[in-house]
Design a protein around this ligand. Structure first.
Ligand code: AMP
Ligand code: MG
Length: 388
């Protein structure tokens, strides 16, 4: 838990209740532009009142309303002494400089926003566990809560592995590809509300990788490590080899497609702290999906977020989706829209191969296709939304 400024708290989770020490609004004021008056004066439904002053937002009336008089008043201005209602200007007719006709019966208290009617002094405005959304930030500003206690932003290091990866923009040599996972993961981690730390590309060399991993978990404040690549069955899957030796790992074959291979465990740093490691597969779509479905909720839970998971809804799939039974749930990337029938509808964004990040990039949701022979157009499916 740390105390930070309100601005730094954006996106984090409050670690303590916030109690208001100021009322909002701080004084009774008018909700409309109009005339402050005494409600009883308007009982006949058509009343002429003498206008004895004017008050705008930010000012205070120096005169009080007395029977038979009114004060011209603008939205947000403090309610003058003596009056007990405000009539909106649309229900009046001005008569010269000094009078106004009120064309309706005005109820006692009409258009008056009482002091504390949004937030009362002493009220618990937010409880611990609330995430600081833009609206929460606005409320904190309104009660002058300029420093708040929050759960720390989790510091997540990201390492890509692979002899084939380059990122310097130079022409591709035979066998090389351009790195795409790390730029993507760094952004998603930030978007998830954590702090991403770029730890670069490490080559498929056990000694170099071991050093990079030890340095990564040793760094002050490093709370999570994410690696990309090298966790499947290949001979050069050095992440698997090294972490298997130096860390306390679980190697999973998850019954999902894409992203079957997945590793999770802890590596103990030199201070004896166990740093969690998520070992994501290297195929870009698999890397994305395992981060989205497994690592992201875990990291958000570490930051105290009660909304750790992406929103999930039942939707209608608008096309036949064929698949074969293989014991796995298939997570297809889809574009979701809101149909005229009030339901969410989805169609696949295109090619679903685990290397085909381009078609995945058009997706705003993931559709779960259960094990079996697929789903038919019109079927109901469970969809998880993606994106900020
Ligand atoms: P790996 O999990 O290391 O066996 O990699 C699986 C596939 O993903 C291979 O085709 C790799 O070239 C590719 N790949 C691994 N890491 C990345 C990366 N950071 N960016 C793009 N492709 C990658
Ligand atoms: Mg590799």
């Amino acid at each position: 838990m740390v105390e930070v400024s309100r601005r730094e708290a954006a996106g984090l989770v409050l670690a303590a209740d916030v109690v208001a020490t100021e009322p909002v609004p701080p004084f009774a004021n008018t909700a409309v532009d109009g005339y402050a008056l005494i409600a009883a004066d308007t009982a006949s439904g058509s009343t002429e009142l003498r206008v004895i002053g004017e008050v705008a937002a930010g000012a205070v009336s120096s005169v009080a309303v007395t029977p038979g008089t009114a004060i011209r008043i603008m939205t947000g201005a403090p309610i003058p002494e003596g009056c007990d209602a405000v009539v909106m200007v649309e229900d009046t007719e001005r008569i010269g400089d000094t009078a106004v006709r009120v064309n309706r019966v005005v109820d006692l208290g009409a258009a008056i926003r009482d002091a504390g009617s949004d937030v009362a002094v002493g009220a618990t405005v937010f409880t611990a566990g609330t995430r600081v959304t833009p609206m929460v930030e606005g409320v904190l500003a309104s009660i002058n809560a300029n420093a708040v206690k929050v759960y720390s932003r989790v510091n997540v290091g990201v390492i890509s592995t692979g002899d084939e990866l380059i990122e310097d923009g130079s022409p591709l040599q035979p066998g090389q590809i351009r790195e795409s996972n790390r730029p993507m993961l760094l952004r998603i981690i930030e978007e998830a509300g954590a702090r991403a730390v770029d730890l670069g590309i490490v080559r498929d060399d056990e000694a170099k990788l071991e050093q990079a991993l030890r340095d990564a978990v040793h760094a002050a404040g490093r709370e999570v490590l994410v690696t990309s690549g090298g966790v499947s069955m290949g001979d050069y899957d050095v992440v698997k080899a090294v972490l298997g030796r130096i860390a306390n790992m679980n190697w999973f074959q998850i019954a999902m497609k894409p992203a079957k291979p997945f590793a999770f465990g802890t590596l103990t740093n030199s201070r004896g702290v166990n740093v969690p490691i998520f070992g994501l597969p290297g195929n870009p779509v698999s890397s994305l999906m395992s981060f989205e479905l497994i690592a992201r909720p875990a990291i958000r839970t570490m930051m105290g977020m009660s909304d750790a998971f992406r929103p999930r809804v039942r939707a209608i799939v608008d096309e036949d989706v064929k698949r074969n039974p293989d014991g796995k749930i298939h997570f297809d990337r889809v574009h979701a829209t809101w149909g005229a029938d009030g339901r969410v509808h989805v169609v696949r964004t295109g090619a679903q191969g685990s290397h085909q990040l381009a078609s995945t990039s058009a997706a705003n949701a993931i559709m779960a296709v259960p094990d079996g022979n697929g789903v038919k157009a019109g079927d109901e499916v469970v969809v998880t939304f993606l994106g900020a």
